[in-house]
Design a protein around this ligand. Sequence first.
Ligand SMILES: [Zn+2]
Length: 190
Amino acid sequence: MSDKLSPQQRHKAMAAVRSKNTKPELIVRHGLWKRGFRYRLNHKRLPGHPDLVLRKYRTCIFVNGCFWHGHKVDMTTFENSDCCRIPNTNRDYWVAKIRRNKERDHAEQKQLAAMGWHCITVWECELKPASREETLDSIAFTLNHIWLHDHGAKAIQYPKLEEEVQMPIAADNNHSNTTNHLFFRPTTNQ
Ligand SMILES: [Zn+2]
């Protein structure tokens, strides 16, 4: 990669990309909001401060920049990938930085998994206009799959014989809540 920027300029440019509310994160937020999902942002008490947290789906979403998080970069060779081109100027510096980021990502996601959270990583390159909608649809699909998996386990235990008499009442009370979810369309709360 020919690098027209000085190391200082490049550092500044990269740091700007890294800051919060970067465009890829907004694309994911808007896309999921439009699809009916509700979330919290940058949950401070969770490892790694996930960009989006969907409690109902026990899922954390990280929107990762391909450069900073070394997308498709092998941890042993650190060869450039098509979406992570490490500058030749100060290459060792960037490799060390990206390595630390990747190791940290891995450790944080392991911690989150141990706490019962699913983690979805969305890469910046997957949000380019051509593939954006497909990526967002696939996140929505995964979230619904997680929800069904969690709630399906309960459905299998049910009905128990002695509860059958009371079942219609319970079903009526819950009916309007559950039906929507089963059709993959979480309703908005407004
Ligand atoms: Zn990428």
